[in-house]
Design a protein. Structure first.
Length: 275
C-alpha cells in the first residue's frame, strides 16, 4: 500500500491505516455520585454505532422522515456490542415501567458533536449495569448505539450519562507554507497543556517519548478527566502518529500524560513537528 501523502491518518501500531473522511463515531462518559458519602466515580468508553443508525442517517439526507434518538436505556447483558445489534441484550426497565429514559438535554458541542445527557436518580436503574443504549423512544424503540460498561448503581447513588456522537471534522482548507515548524508551549505533568504551532500545519508528526500514555486533541482543549475521555488520539509510549490531510488545519494540540518532564517545549518527551 502506498501511503505517500495520501490523506490517510497513519498510526504506527500493527500497520494500521485509517481513512480520514466524513465518518461518525461516538463515546459515552458517565459520573456516578454517592448521595450519602459524596464519592464520585467517573468512566468513559467508545460506543458502537449500529447499522440502523447508518440506515437512518442515509434516509434523513434524502428527506425521509426519521425519528432521531432522545432516550437512554440500561441493561445487564455482557456480550460484545456488534454492528448488527438492534436492542440491548438484556434490557432493564429503569423505573419498573419503561425501558428507556428521556434525555435531559440534547445539544451541539464543538460544531460537529451531538451530546445527549440523562441522569438516573437514586430510585432508578438500580442494577449492575453492563450495557447502555441510545434509543428513539421510551418503549418499543429503535436503538442507535450501544456500549459495554460495568457500573454498580444502587439506591444511594445517581448516575449521569453523557453520550456523544461525533462527525469527524475538517475545520478548513489549509494552505501549506512549505516550512517545517515545531510547536511551542509549556509542558506540564498530570494536567493538560497546549502546544501551539507558529502557523497552521496540514502534515503532522507526533512522537510520544514520555514513558506514559499520551492523549491529544486537535484545535481544542482536552476535558478535565484524568485520563481524558474526550480526545482525538491516544499514543502508547514510543508510539508515533503521522497525519497527512490537506483539508485539516492544525494550530494547537492539547496534550495530557500522567507523568512527564516539564518546562518549555521542545523537550525530549514529545516530538511535535508540522509542515
Amino acid at each position: 500500500m502506498n501511503n505517500k501523502f495520501n490523506n490517510n491518518l497513519i498510526i504506527k501500531r500493527s500497520h494500521t491505516s485509517i481513512q480520514h473522511g466524513v465518518s461518525s463515531r461516538g463515546y459515552v462518559r458517565w459520573i456516578l455520585t454517592d448521595e450519602k458519602t459524596g464519592k464520585i466515580t467517573k468512566g468513559g468508553r467508545s460506543n458502537l454505532l449500529v447499522n440502523k443508525t447508518r440506515e437512518n442517517l442515509a434516509s434523513a439526507i434524502i428527506g425521509t422522515s426519521v425519528t432521531f434518538p432522545g432516550f437512554i436505556g440500561v441493561g445487564t447483558g455482557t456480550n460484545t456490542p456488534a454492528a448488527s445489534d438492534t436492542a440491548l441484550q438484556t434490557k432493564s426497565q429503569y423505573n419498573g415501567s419503561n425501558d428507556n429514559k428521556a434525555v435531559d438535554s440534547k445539544t451541539i458541542r464543538s460544531i460537529y458533536t451531538a451530546r445527549f445527557v440523562v441522569q438516573f436518580a437514586t430510585g432508578e436503574a438500580n442494577v449492575t449495569i453492563r450495557e447502555i443504549g441510545l434509543f428513539d423512544a421510551a418503549d418499543s424503540a429503535v436503538m442507535w448505539a450501544r456500549v459495554a460498561v460495568n457500573i454498580t448503581k444502587t439506591s444511594s447513588s445517581r448516575l449521569t450519562v453523557y453520550w456523544y456522537i461525533i462527525f469527524d471534522r475538517s475545520l478548513d482548507v489549509a494552505i501549506k507554507s512549505g516550512a517545517s515548524v515545531a510547536a511551542t508551549g509549556t509542558a506540564s505533568s498530570g494536567t493538560a497543556f497546549t502546544a501551539t504551532f507558529p502557523s497552521a500545519v496540514t502534515i503532522l508528526m507526533i512522537h510520544n517519548n514520555s514513558g506514559n500514555e499520551m492523549y491529544g486533541k486537535f484545535n481544542e482543549g482536552l476535558d478535565a478527566a484524568t485520563p481524558p475521555v474526550d480526545y482525538d488520539f491516544k499514543l502508547d509510549d514510543n508510539e508515533s502518529l503521522l497525519l497527512l490531510n490537506e483539508e485539516i488545519s492544525v494550530t494547537t494540540i492539547s496534550i495530557y500524560t500522567a507523568s512527564n518532564n516539564t518546562g518549555a517545549l521542545p523537550i525530549n518527551d514529545f516530538g511535535l513537528v508540522g509542515w
